[in-house]
Design a protein around this ligand. Sequence first.
Ligand SMILES: [Zn+2]
Length: 505
Amino acid sequence: MFSIISSTTTGIDAIPVIVETDVSNGMNNFTIVGLPDTSVKESRDRIRAAIKNSGFQFPRGRLTINLAPADLRKQGPLYDLPIALSILIARGEIPAHTLEHAVVLGELALDGVIRPVRGVLTTALMARRIQKTSMFVPKENEQEAAVIKDLEVFGATSLRGLVDHLLGRTLMTKTVYARKIRAREDHQCFSFIKGQDFAKRGLEIAAAGGHNILLSGPPGTGKTLLARSFPSILPDLTEEESMEVTSIASVAGELTSSSGLIETRPFRSPHHSASVVSLVGGGTWPTPGEISLAHRGVLFLDELPEFPRHVLEHLRGPLEDGVVTISRAQATVKFPARFILVAAMNPCPCGYASDPKRKCICTIFQMQTYQKRISGPLLDRFDLRIEVSNLPQEKLLSDTQSEPSAIIRARVVAARIKQADRFFDSACHVNAEISPSLLEKTCVMSSEAKTLLGLAIGSQSLSPRATTRIRKVARTIADLAESNIIEEQHLAEALQFRGQKMQHD
Ligand SMILES: [Zn+2]
């Protein structure tokens, strides 16, 4: 009996799968144990054809393949290659020791060509964890695997080519990770957006403290442009974050053949017609949704009230925990989903309720229905709510250059460093994640700031939740100003970003 190591993924973690092969005398028979029934027949057909079409004989007798552990859910096609190789070992075509220290995965076409699969990066991480030294993967996936240091990676195009390599006839070259340094896309620089200083300042605070932000205003005010430029002021991904982001994209099948590590923060903007599954993840074989693909980056929901309320409600848990849990009868799968939510909306169905120049034609009933589409608890997740208005003509025509994203980003990075120091021994990373138990300790206010907050609570009848939100935003503003204590002016600015009074406050 021979065995080859392959893998399966649950969430974004890979787990070893052992492909065991046994050939014995008896009637010709080819059994695969440990795969879902639906994929067994297809796998058998592909493997048999690929072996024959690569110029080998298919073994006679009773051939049994076992994929262990049996209770682990496995996706069929990626075991084609390890199963085919183990059959060829059983037939004596390849010496068993050639694959002893390797992890193998790949789908086979009928003609023996090796097709790409999902989850190669997570499998490579697993290979290193279980101390395997090499990996044989589909050519299209080789860059993904080569990201992992201390692992010899070979990208194979066909079963025949791979066998020739293992026999030492025609050697494949080891894959070298070709890191692509991508310059930041400066066509999304803040300097190209005229005016809108208030909204830009709000986005800077959101970036610095990891706060969710809601942009409200009439059509044509540039809400979408502001949101799309937002990633340009976010800090670079750390190596660890890159690895997480790439793993998710790999499991979701979103990486292209040339992709190595993803080094820019994701920006995802699903349409309001998106289904719950495409937004939060799921399916019979659970795959990550938009909120996980936005992990460590930005999820942008344009025209927020157009999203069905039941779809938006699915965001609340992940916004709180930074993770989405998908429950299936067989198992529960978790995908990371820690993102900054940026949303945009018109103030009313016609769009012009807050526009001084145009008249809103909505009825009170239409206005109420529109606002009710977003639940209070979801609205509560937005730390900053900003009114974006049309620019006065003289500003539109002025030639004054706005501040470029790189300069704003430098301030954001400095504020993030302050937060990293503050939270080094706690579970949160940014001010937006400050837990109730940490609030008093981390958001210390000067006596003037306290007095101001007291006045605001009285005059605007602020709820405890709204008060907490204001303090967290003030904490970020103080960090941007390099102040350890929240002073009166920081709190005053935070109060400005509370936005217009919404019915739920
Ligand atoms: Zn209106």
